[in-house]
Design a protein around this ligand. Structure first.
Ligand code: ZN
Length: 151
């Protein structure tokens, strides 16, 4: 990877870790799920407000390593306003990217910041940190109160 790009990606991750977006619990959340990655100790709780089939609001709480927090923060920004089906498709694509199953960028969808986590594929032990919030989101979209674990 181009060193300049790597540095930019590093900055995105550090920024989202330091100032997570959509952090907290919306009062009107309709569904939530709790996710745990015992391998690293990451904990996340994802809250969504579903209106019909649309995710009108999404937020998260929790704590963990920089990758898990940044990924959760980036996830909320990417998912807000999407239909459940679009959110599911985005989750799949994101997981394929960090597991190195698929090349490609999110830039064409205006979600360039998600590309910052592409580097995780070089660190297999961190893949679960990066996917935790996304798994948890999928659980929240399916059930009103779900629990997931990466193990
Ligand atoms: Zn972690």
């Amino acid at each position: 990877m181009d060193p300049e790009l790597r540095e930019l990606y590093q900055e995105v991750i550090l920024d989202h870790n330091k100032r997570p977006r959509n952090f907290g619990r919306p009062e009107d959340a309709t569904n939530s799920a709790e996710g745990h990655n015992p391998l690293c100790g990451d904990h996340v709780r994802v809250h969504v407000h579903l209106e019909g089939d649309r995710v009108t609001d999404v937020a998260f709480e929790g704590q963990g390593c920089a990758i898990s927090v940044a990924s959760a923060s980036l996830m909320t920004e990417a998912i807000k306003g999407k239909s459940a089906e679009e959110a599911h498709a985005l989750c799949e694509r994101f997981q394929q990217m960090v597991r190195d199953e698929r090349e490609g960028s999110f830039a064409d969808e205006g979600l360039d910041e998600l590309d910052a986590l592409a580097g995780v594929k070089e660190f297999p032990v961190r893949v679960k940190c990066a996917t935790l919030a996304w798994h948890t989101l999928e659980a929240a979209l399916k059930e009103k109160d779900a629990q997931v674990s990466t193990e």
